[in-house]
Design a protein around this ligand. Sequence first.
Ligand code: ADP
Ligand code: MG
Length: 317
Amino acid sequence: MTASDKPLIVIAIGGNSLIKDAEHMDVVDQYRTAGETAQNIVPLVKAGFRVLVTHGNGPQVGFILLRSELARDTIHQVPLANCVADTQGSIGMQIAQSLRNEFRHEGLEQAVTAIVTQCVVDEKDPSFGQPSKPIGPFMSEEEAREHERDDGWVIGEDAGRGWRRLVPSPAPLEVIELPAIRTLLDSGNLVIAAGGGGVPVIYRDDGELRPRPAVIDKDAASCLLASELGASVFIISTDVDKVALNYGTAAQKEIDRMTAAECREHLAAGHFAAGSMLPKIESALKFLEQGGEEVIITQPHNLQANLRSIYGTHIVP
Ligand code: ADP
Ligand code: MG
């Protein structure tokens, strides 16, 4: 069996499962959680699956923006597209190194490659007209107004916690590095790609690529890659064991298994919160519509080679 005959699993790792809590956010802590996540992925590779890992970057982009902000009188600011690319490099390196070390412990020769990824978005995407995703440090209203005036930022109040910069969150349409990702997977690499949803880029009329200050949802970019690469299973690794109905209320009920049709009903009934569970569910449904066999939403420590037995929520066509 050649590498390309093996079934492919796409595993999207949530930014939250890389940063545990406010006391464990520095780079050493990030290595530790990347190492734990790597330990959970190795059994899948040993069981004969090809694996593509994607990851979030919300907290890490926030750190870069805060540093950039604190140093604004001394050195230039870092554009958002560069922040995304920076975190793809740093988080990708940490996951790649952790995986490599884990494979080595298991006596396995397994190549691992992290790839800086650009995702094409449509400049006419409605989200460009209505930036809604809060990013970076919280500010006073006065500071926020200053950025609005001096830097052209769109600003907004974030859930009563303070003022923040708002950026568009356009839908990803094409992954520029897809052919390279496919070649790497086919030649037996474990690939890490589309970190933070990928760097948002647009095609200019003359065909050239240009970055855009936006943030692509990592669940949406992971779904696009999973579908384009013909993945069998899409695993969304986050900080809850299972998807729930009536989440966060006394009537909360965790779901073990649901069909896409049942999932659509729950979505219509408003069970999945915007900005957190909703993008995962929308991506799950899209993946299944495009031929995917199964989506599993769970915590990283629940992963195991016998996919059917993974403790989590299983969504099937
Ligand atoms: P990630 O970094 O993994 O993308 P998110 O915070 O974006 O994590 O999404 C996971 C969060 O979704 C959970 O911590 C939980 O608070 C929230 N959530 C919203 N609705 C639900 C639901 N119906 N079932 C389970 N979790 C939900
Ligand atoms: Mg999220």
